[in-house]
Design a protein around this ligand. Structure first.
Ligand code: C2E
Ligand code: MG
Ligand code: MG
Ligand code: MG
Length: 288
């Protein structure tokens, strides 16, 4: 690297950083206003049993239909929300909404539907999750067994002791716990056996190219066998083709969540789909 370029490079980076900083601030203030004005929505992606294609539950996924920015996806605002602390009110809200909606959908269907809510490590550090869960369940009159919390391995890394205590507490309340994005994180298998878990969710990265990549297919098979031996339910994320669904079913995967069955849907679209029957895939309008 030429030394002479150093100065200009520095100034370029500085301007670039200013621009990004300004954008970040604008996004943060827009997000803050969106939270205050109730602009956020919860979408639901069905979890389907591949043996009979029936919906058994769904994952709650935040969406921000911004009048100014168009539809904003969680990867664009969740990390920011975690940094600026907005994740706490947002997390409380999504938990309440999801429990209430699950109760409404279960009544509609005449059978209990489960709902899964994502929990990020910053929420755990800055909020009393146990208390918030108890409040949300009580307000919605949703049986605890119908709520699942999806945690990631990063939750364990930051504060293993607090995380174990929280999971044990939730377990004692009969709330289900899922390990999300399994296989791409860092937690050791020996740790896994000591956590109060009910579900393993296979990360989408393994499913995406399981037909072409024999290594990924082998990893999926290993995770499914591990889950069976640990008596955990196993969910595969991101199945988009019938071939993937068929292979996952043949490997013994309990549930599938992916575009093949359905994209995440607004509550109204999910209700419309359920009113046509509880099997998927259905001809419904998902998101683009
Ligand atoms: P996640 O919890 O792993 O959620 C699954 C993501 O995979 C969702 O992305 C879903 O739309 C996407 N997905 C599912 N099936 C397919 C498929 O077949 N193909 C493709 N291409 N994608 C598929 P989404 O909704 O954009 O959410 C991204 C992440 O943002 C979530 O990953 C989760 O970590 C986070 N997130 C979303 N909502 C919340 C929330 O309410 N609270 C927290 N703390 N995090 C959330
Ligand atoms: Mg998740
Ligand atoms: Mg995931
Ligand atoms: Mg993820």
């Amino acid at each position: 690297r030429a030394k002479s370029a150093g100065r200009n490079t520095y100034r370029f980076h500085s301007m670039e950083q200013d621009r990004r900083g300004a954008e970040r601030l604008a996004l943060e203030s827009d997000l803050r206003r969106a939270v205050e004005n109730g602009e956020l929505e919860v979408y639901y992606q069905p979890k389907v049993r591949p043996t009979d294609h029936r919906i058994v539950g769904m994952e709650a996924l935040m969406r921000w239909p911004s009048p100014k920015r168009g539809m904003v996806y969680p990867t664009q605002f969740i990390p920011l929300a975690e940094e600026c602390g907005l994740i706490v009110p947002m997390g409380r809200w999504v938990l309440q909404r999801a429990c209430a909606d699950a109760q409404q959908l279960s009544q509609l269907l005449g059978e209990p539907l489960r709902v899964a809510v994502n929990l990020s490590s910053n929420q755990m550090r800055h909020d009393d999750i146990s208390a918030r869960v108890a409040e949300a369940l009580a307000a919605a009159q949703l049986p605890a067994e119908q709520l699942e919390l999806e945690v990631t391995e990063s939750l364990m890394i930051h504060n293993m002791k607090a995380a174990v205590a929280l999971l044990n507490d939730l377990r004692a309340r009969r709330v289900r716990i899922a390990m999300d994005d399994f296989g791409v994180g860092y937690s050791s298998l020996s740790q896994l056996a000591h956590l109060s878990l009910d579900v393993l969710k296979i990360d989408r990265a393994f499913v995406r190219n399981m037909e072409q990549d024999a290594g990924n297919a082998a990893i999926i098979e290993a995770i499914i066998n591990l889950a069976a031996n640990l008596k955990l339910e196993v969910v595969a994320e991101g199945a988009e083709t019938l071939d993937q669904v068929t292979r996952l079913k043949d490997l013994g995967c309990d549930l599938i969540q992916g575009y093949y069955y359905s994209k995440p849907l607004s509550l109204a679209d999910l209700i419309a789909a359920l009113q046509q029957g509880a099997t998927f895939p259905r001809e419904v309008d998902g998101e683009i």
